[in-house]
Design a protein. Structure first.
Lengths: 147, 445, 410
């Protein structure tokens, strides 16, 4: 299986090239682009990026494994991230996590993450990258059952 | 200019790296990540020293010397700092020295004996990582033994620029790795084993063969090509086995190979262990053969200057035309250590004025009745109906007249490399089964 | 009690749209900018006493001078990798008044002689990056940015991807160059940062957002707020057990407790205050009695054995277990350590694992000693300040709340 960017993303890639002094700087932007396109970063995508940027495959792989937001495994469920750092824990993030795991594990992948910078809205979670702050079980039910 | 180290003045160059000054003056300074041929990375934090006027301990690998610098490497307080960092280095280490090939030449062991000697007070589970990972190119990785000094990754990134090795993950889950499906694959790969200060990277070729404290070492020169890389031959003889060479290691020489060897050269030690089974040869028969009119000799361009000189003298006495031809392999050389000329001493051949003309050799060879082959590969595997071949050989060779001679592991001698550098090499302390070439020629005088 | 310099437009609906932004004074400093030479601008910033608002509090003018004086292609990199637990101020600027940041970037680029600027936004702030990007696009369309503009500044939004350490400026630059975010060895003498070998200024979002006010109103106008050593304002933030968590801009030097009570509405549900982490997770905790003494400026908090940091206060009420709180923070540090330096990589993990024993109430006196000795091993022995920060957090908890840890010993 091979990887290629969509036409739209290829245009984006070309415009990104003009924004940086060296191609290497595109490592993160292109990993993001690949993840946006496919939902995760496949080995083929990393191969493509490493060839495009003329960097060893290991460089791209090392970078991809350093940043926690890059997903190297294909997931079959949408991801809910629950912040577990201090302000959220003080506001009851453990109960939120428990509630989500008990009620929504089948539909969603529930992961705990470190501080998301939404401490005034603790407890908080994200769904597909979107922030939900001051959450309660009731609010979660509402958001997660809305179609 | 001078600096003061542990109350002693030391002469050094302004702006030099402190760790280099310490190492060059044989002052003990523990370090994992720093390597004189890879440079500083600053990650292991082991080379801490006290510097007068500085509030905090500093790493010697990131300190540049200046006039009046006062350094302490062994005060009680700095030793305590080193002890505490070493404890962290060893914290999640499996301490499996009894089954680790690095034991005996492991920096963790050395430093523990130097200033560790503490009781472990780890009371929580160790971090688990992967073991016996085959990285390719004869290199095995044990992530649990790794101290993440990144010497290996810097080697493949900065030196070979092949980039197979890297660090993946983060924090206490960070580990050295290859990417799936992208093995270690470059002609210098095995250097990472030698660069590794601990038992994380071991050589498939050497592991489980010998405990290093049973090995003796000889300072030699690699004979794999004309670069003349400096090596150490590690060998031994046991009660029940005759002498065996177990490995070549790089011997640091800044003018030639720094601390590196190519894998081809590194593994060329195997040839030296091959037994030569030669039919017993009679010196008298040989002397009779030498009465013949038309004689030609071909000498290997990898023989030492001293050997070549003896051959020259011998040929002069017996009126034998002497030639030497280089070992050229256009596919072997690269832009670093490997050269297309795979002879160790072709420059020496030229210096001695031995003819290297292929055409002249061909015509002399055509007419010759007797051909003397001094270990040249060209003639070893060939049979000529109308000629009598006499081989003096250090490797297995078929033929009617074969005189086994000692190989370079049992010789002292001098070689001139491709850049005209004259270098001496020394043999092991054991006597070879076969006589030295010069002894044989002496008998034929 | 609030002083709105940076947050002036936060409550104006749609201030992120260029039209609204222009109506509310944005880009007002550019006229003044045209009358000032680059060195005059740098001097102005020096006179204003503006200090970096990302946590370190270093004088901004000095950094500007270093970048300006160094030969080469200059870059301005805006640090929007806001990841310090308890800190959520920069996102307010990105989302509510991105044009203020753009305006600040134009001023700063003019001062140091740069045309290229990157805003490194933490990956999680996807929504806010999108708002920022739209504002930048609008600014390009209206020739405020780009080749057709007066100052010819280009801005690129660069998204991080989940690594706290990239908030450390040299790690951020490594990341911006396309590498793993490993902090670099520190220079031996003052010099700018370097992006692909070129002199670079790295400043926090709020620092840059403070620049237009100073350019427009002068150094004295800025110095009119705050204290002598800590002039101006900061977007102080509050979270944890307060009635009204949020970001409230105030001048430096206010009483911490007064601030928490008046703007934060006091401790939640009328409970008693136990402690406050004053400026993001990495600043040592203050027990209640010190909170009552503390003033919100760099000097006061330093004198109390802590630091102002990012000004993001985490308020804890009487019911909080300090053992659990420390465990929470060490889990964070263990997770976020880049793994480069031995003391940090091994130390954060060891402390985190050891704290599990305290949580389980199976700890021993030796475990308490481990916490202390590992903390010592992490302090001042690494490339960057991540491990020393973690160390000071541990020390702070043990200094003020050791009894709670002793209670967990069998």
């Amino acid at each position: 299986m091979s990887f290629a960017f969509t036409q739209e993303n290829t245009i984006r890639m070309a415009s990104l090239l003009n924004r940086y002094a060296q191609k290497k700087a595109l490592s993160l932007p292109l990993l993001w682009l690949a993840q946006k396109q496919e939902g995760y970063i496949s080995e083929e995508a990393m191969q493509y990026i490493s060839e495009f940027l003329e960097l060893p495959y290991m460089h791209i792989y090392g970078v991809a494994t350093f940043y926690t937001m890059f997903r190297l495994q294909k997931g079959d469920k949408p991801i809910i991230e629950v912040c577990r750092t201090l302000s959220c824990e003080l506001a009851g993030s453990e109960e939120i996590k428990k509630y989500l795991k008990e009620n929504y594990s089948e539909r969603y992948e529930i992961v705990e993450v470190e501080c998301m910078g939404a401490c005034s809205g603790a407890p908080m979670c994200t769904l597909d990258g979107k922030y939900f702050e001051n959450i309660t079980p009731e609010i979660l039910d509402e958001v997660l059952n809305a179609d | 200019m001078k600096i003061i180290v542990d109350n002693n003045p030391i002469e050094c160059q302004e702006g030099a790296l402190l760790i280099d000054v310490l190492l060059d003056n044989n002052i003990k300074i523990p370090h994992f990540c720093y390597h004189q041929d890879l440079g500083a990375d600053g990650n292991c934090r082991m080379c801490m020293v006290e510097i007068k006027g500085q509030k905090r301990p500093q790493v010697a690998c990131d300190t540049f010397v200046c006039e009046g610098l006062e350094v302490s490497t062994n005060s009680a307080s700095i030793n305590e700092v080193k002890r505490s960092i070493l404890e962290l280095e060893l914290l999640n280490h499996p301490v499996d020295c009894p089954i680790c090939d690095q034991a005996g030449e492991c920096k963790l062991q050395d430093y523990y004996m130097d200033f560790g000697l503490y009781e472990s007070h780890l009371s929580t589970p160790k971090t688990k990582k992967s073991k016996h990972i085959d990285l390719g190119s004869n290199v095995m990785l044990d992530q649990e033994r790794c101290v993440l000094c990144a010497r290996c990754t810097r080697f493949t990134t900065d030196i070979t620029k092949t980039g197979e090795l890297g660090i993946i993950g983060r924090g206490d889950q960070a580990r050295v790795a290859i990417a799936p499906g992208h093995p270690l694959n470059n002609p210098y790969a095995m250097n990472v084993v030698e660069l590794c200060p601990v038992g994380a990277l071991t050589s498939k070729d050497f592991r489980f063969q010998q405990r290093v404290w049973f090995l003796d070492s000889a300072k030699s020169i690699c004979h794999g090509c004309s670069r003349g890389c400096n090596i150490i031959i590690d060998y031994n003889e046991t009660k029940y086995t005759s002498e065996k060479i177990h490995r070549f290691r790089a011997r640091r020489n800044n003018a030639i190979n720094h601390s590196f060897l190519c894998d081809y050269g590194r593994l060329s030690y195997k040839e030296l262990n091959e037994k030569i089974i030669a039919a017993p040869c009679n010196m008298e028969t040989l002397k009779e053969l030498l009465q013949a009119e038309k004689k030609v000799a071909l000498a290997s361009p990898s023989l030492s200057l001293e050997q070549l000189q003896s051959i020259q003298e011998f040929c002069k006495n017996y009126k034998i035309e002497l030639f030497s031809l280089p070992y050229i392999d256009e596919s072997f050389g690269d832009d670093w250590l490997k050269t297309n000329d795979k002879s160790a001493n072709f420059a020496g051949v030229k210096e001695l004025g031995i003819s290297t003309c292929q055409d002249d050799f061909n015509s002399s060879f055509e007419n010759a009745e007797i051909v003397l082959n001094f270990d040249h590969a060209l003639l070893k595997q060939q049979v000529f109906k109308d000629k009598t071949l006499v081989h003096f050989t250090a490797t297995p060779c078929e033929g009617e007249f074969v005189f086994a001679i000692a190989n370079f592991a049992h010789e002292n001698g001098t070689l001139i490399n491709c850049e005209g550098v004259r270098q001496e090499f020394f043999g092991t302390k054991y006597k070879s089964d076969a006589p030295r070439l010069r002894e044989l020629l002496e008998e034929l005088r | 009690m609030q002083t709105k310099i940076v947050s002036k437009n936060f409550d104006i609906p749609h201030a992120e749209m260029l039209e609204v932004a222009l109506q509310n004074g944005r880009y007002g400093s550019l006229e003044k900018l045209s009358t000032l030479k680059p060195q005059e601008l740098i001097d102005l910033i020096k006179q204003s006493g503006l200090r970096g608002k990302g946590g370190g509090g270093a004088p901004a003018g000095v950094k500007w001078q270093l970048a300006s004086d160094f030969e080469g292609t200059k870059y301005l990199v805006v640090n929007a990798d806001e990841s310090e637990p308890g800190t959520f101020k920069d996102r307010q600027i990105l989302a509510k008044d991105p044009h203020l940041l753009i305006e600040g970037i134009i001023c700063t680029c003019q001062a140091i002689g740069a045309n290229i600027s990157y805003i490194y936004v933490r990956g999680e702030y996807e929504e806010f990056s999108a708002i920022l990007q739209r504002a930048i696009d609008e600014a390009y369309e209206k020739n405020i940015l780009g080749i057709g503009s007066t100052y010819k500044v280009d801005i690129t939004v660069h998204r991080g991807a989940g690594a706290y350490i990239c908030g450390e400026k040299s790690a951020l630059l490594e990341s911006l160059e396309g590498n793993r975010g490993h902090p670099r060895l520190k220079p031996h003498s003052p010099e700018p940062e370097f992006y692909f070998g070129e002199p670079t200024l790295v400043n926090n979002v709020e620092t840059i957002a403070s620049v237009p006010f100073i350019v427009q109103n002068g150094a004295e106008a800025y110095r009119a707020y705050g204290t002598k050593e800590s002039p101006g304002t900061l977007l102080f933030a509050m979270s944890g057990h307060v009635e009204n968590p949020g970001v409230y801009e105030a001048e430096f030097g206010l009483g911490m407790w007064e601030y928490i009570q008046k703007l934060g509405g006091g401790v939640k549900k009328g409970k008693k205050l136990k402690a406050v982490i004053p400026g993001g997770a990495s600043t040592p905790i203050l027990p209640a009695h010190l909170v009552y003494e503390a003033k919100l400026d760099y000097e006061s908090l330093r004198d109390l054995g802590s630091a102002l940091g990012t000004g993001g206060m985490i308020v804890m009420d009487e019911d909080v277990s300090m053992v659990k709180a420390l465990k929470n923070l060490l889990r964070f540090y263990r997770h976020e350590s880049c793994g480069q330096c031995t003391p940090c990589r091994e130390g954060t993990s060891w402390v985190d694992k050891t704290l599990d024993k305290f949580i389980a109430k199976t700890a021993t006196h030796e475990d308490l000693e481990i916490l202390k000795s590992v903390s010592r091993s992490m302090n001042g022995k690494t490339i960057c300040v991540f491990a020393p920060a973690a160390s000071s957090v541990i020390d702070g908890f043990l200094k003020h709340f050791e009894s709670e840890f002793l209670e967990c010993i069998v």
